[in-house]
Design a protein around this ligand. Structure first.
Ligand code: SF4
Ligand code: SF4
Length: 77
């Protein structure tokens, strides 16, 4: 089963991932990260279809996608 993995300390709370996810997997949390932002979090992991839209959209490359044990980390070197 695919899953989105959010590195909360890269997140700046822009909500783009929440808004683009077609499966409503992501919501904003009340947790504040080390940068002082309210972060995105995965709240409905079972609904993820691994489409990668969240990872591709995140301007801060905070989201990785896990599929069958492999982790895909887009754009971060
Ligand atoms: S798109 Fe990236 S920076 Fe914006 S809320 Fe989502 S994880 Fe955070
Ligand atoms: S991979 Fe697709 S379905 Fe899964 S959380 Fe990201 S945008 Fe939503």
């Amino acid at each position: 089963m695919p899953k989105a993995i959010i590195d909360k300390n890269y997140c700046k709370g822009c909500e783009l991932c929440k808004n683009i996810c077609p499966q409503h997997v992501i919501e904003m949390s009340k947790e504040i990260n080390l940068k002082g932002y309210f972060t995105a979090e995965v709240v409905r992991p079972h609904q993820c279809i691994g489409c990668r839209l969240c990872a591709i959209t995140c301007p801060d490359v905070a989201i990785k996608i896990g599929v069958n044990g492999a982790i895909y980390n887009f754009f971060r070197y």
